[in-house]
Design a protein around this ligand. Structure first.
Ligand code: FAD
Length: 295
């Protein structure tokens, strides 16, 4: 339940899971919010292909990453309170259109799918780069909302990496929006045992946890409407004006999956590394370097 910790300093809105408090009127032009949405396999059903070392995505149906439904709900509530527009952006195969129709039925105004064979095999860096180029092509925005992580990749890297590519402030693991106004936002984020209260100026990016809200269910009417909605599809060529295409997909991916195995449950040992920060950093880099498996 939303609790205000101090008087809003910007006469803004406060958005929690319950009612919306302190609505002071719609902002002049509303906020332009982008939600990043990934299609994932139904995680309880999907099988793992041990030989190829990856998920057999054909073995289960596909759904919107559950964390992204909370991101979408956050964005839709902001639009409902402050006015503006919600654009859902996804990178994935053509089939990911189904998930974008789902988010349109749940309240997004517009959906864009990045789909091209040249995006295939992307690691998190190439995924984030491609998404950030598409965001630049979309034009001016106020806030990007992502899920905290996905249920298939589970790295929680994409949100912060997108923000770094766009050179905008970001906060991860947001579980409450304390205030929002025309040019910024105050969020509460949980990091381990601690809470952070952070004020960000727009444009900014947040990743949200499942505690932030309860996603709404789409109505039958909205589901039917979303079936006919137009979905913008962009390929590598469409993004070429905004950035270099060499960093898409496999060719833009500095990491790769060398092997997949269940970790040993052996005893873990700590190691103390001494020296100046530079010397210690070099030693750590050498240890990590010795663990790299050649491609
Ligand atoms: C070497 C390597 C090769 C890979 N090859 C493939 C491959 O061939 N095919 C494949 O499907 N995957 C591949 N992957 C996985 C792919 O890189 C990740 O699925 C992707 O980068 C997202 O990472 P994540 O799932 O950990 O997302 P996280 O960082 O956990 O996601 C956080 C949030 O970012 C947003 N987000 C994440 N991904 C997307 C997306 N695609 N579109 C929109 N928003 C998104 C969502 O809001 C999500 O909640 C590969 C990964 C590696 C490391």
């Amino acid at each position: 339940m939303f609790k205000r910790i101090r008087e809003p300093s910007h006469q803004g809105l406060s958005i929690g899971d319950g009612d919306i408090h302190n609505v002071t009127g719609r902002m002049s032009e509303g906020l332009n919010v982008i939600v990043l949405v990934k299609q994932v396999p139904e995680i309880e059903k999907v099988r793992f292909d041990r030989e190829k070392g990856r998920l057999d995505r054909g073995s289960a149906g596909a759904v919107v990453n559950p964390f992204d439904l909370h991101a979408l709900e956050t964005a839709v509530r902001i639009r409902e309170s402050a006015g503006g527009k919600v654009t859902a952006l996804s990178m994935g195969p053509k089939k990911a259109e189904e998930s974008l129709r789902d988010v349109l039925a749940r309240g997004a105004d517009r959906a864009v799918l990045l789909t091209d064979a040249r995006f295939a095999g992307a690691d998190t860096l190439a995924t984030s780069y491609t998404l950030s180029i598409a965001i630049q092509k979309l034009g001016a925005f106020d806030l990007i909302v992502c899920g905290e992580k996905t249920v298939d990749g589970d790295t929680a890297q994409v949100g912060p990496e997108v923000a770094e590519f766009l050179d905008i402030p970001h906060v991860a693991y947001v579980e409450e929006i304390r205030e929002i106004w025309e040019s910024g936002i105050v969020v509460r984020s949980k990091t381990g045992k601690h809470y952070l209260l952070v004020e960000l100026e727009f444009p900014a990016l947040i990743t949200v946890t499942k505690d932030i809200n309860t996603p709404r269910l789409p109505t039958l009417k909205d589901k039917l409407k979303s079936r006919k909605a137009a979905i913008t599809a962009w390929g590598a060529q469409d993004l070429s004006e905004a950035g270099g295409t060499d960093f898409f997909g496999l060719s833009g991916s500095p990491t790769w999956v060398a092997n997949v195995y269940a970790p040993h449950s052996g005893e873990r040992k700590g190691q103390t590394i001494r020296g100046t920060p530079e010397v210690a950093a070099r030693k750590i880099a050498d240890i990590l370097g010795s663990l790299i498996v050649p491609r």
